[in-house]
Ligand binder design. Sequence first.
Ligand code: TXA
Ligand code: MG
Length: 323
Amino acid sequence: MGPELEFARAALLSGDVIGLPTETVYGLAADATNRTAVAKIFAIKGRPTGHPLILHVGEASWLDRYCRDVPPEARLLARTFWPGPLSMVLYRDPTTVPDEVTGGLPTVAVRHPAHAVALALLRLVDRPLAAPSANRFGAVSPTTREHVLHDFGDVLSIVLEGGACEIGLESTIIDLTGTVPRLLRPGAVTRTELESALGCRVYDNDGSGAAAPGTLASHYSPRARVEVLPTLDDVQSRARELLEETRSIGVIVNEPLSLTSLEARVRIETLEGGQQVLAHELYAALRRLDGAGCDVILTRLPPPEGLGEAIRDRLERAAAPRS
Ligand code: TXA
Ligand code: MG
């Protein structure tokens, strides 16, 4: 354990917000038991208050410190998928989780992350950390320390190094407070995996629960306009069409694309190697294309199996009309 973790611990205990690597995306972390520190997260991120944060815990057993009426399903999922990219919405203990974390909701999303740095810090601090993704509200989540510094380098005194996030997409969120389990956000723990662990169906979000920013139609958006198309051929012909009117186009594909006659004016990100590679690289690719000044980003939706459900979800939200 290097001195960085000690500095980070001291910062958190004095009420500061820090940049924290996790296996999904980097977070903006604060001591969840400190109301003032939690309020700083909203200010830094530009996130409307009232949007609930995820409570990160250092041990599965902390569930009983911060939640009430923990159902057997939650214990089962914790045993199966924790530490890992799964957040569970449960009833919070209002005596240990302040209103500021959950926007006053009676529930709280809890996650026990798998990243070695996040785990070591949580255990060292011995307090839960509230942490949203470390991006400005509505924008693309960061998957490297450099991404966090790009967005918040001027306001954060500590951004811990944790390498490129192994998964690259935000955690799966399952709501276990209703009569049936509901998937609020797809992620690397897939619906199929949840269903086989639970032995029952996991339903879609019916919208009756809390308004969740990650579930707003438009979210995860780069500056460029994003268009998702069904096939590679469609991507190719749309690129040709757009070049008549647009200065600069970015393309994200998961297999080589031949646009030879256009190549000079089209920036192509080829993320080959399957769904895991696509998930791992997607946000970095969106950021690179934004950085290169692309006006439009074209991409194709992967099939909905496995991680594909989460990738499609993020791409569709990135492509949704913005308010
Ligand atoms: O992978 C992740 O979950 C990352 C890393 C840093 O852990 N965090 C993350 O946080 O993605 P954030 O704030 O960007 O997204 C949290 C999502 C939001 O959509 C929020 O509305 C939802 O979780 N959420 C949090 N608490 C909730 C609750 N009590 N009920 C329903 N949704 C909740
Ligand atoms: Mg987020």
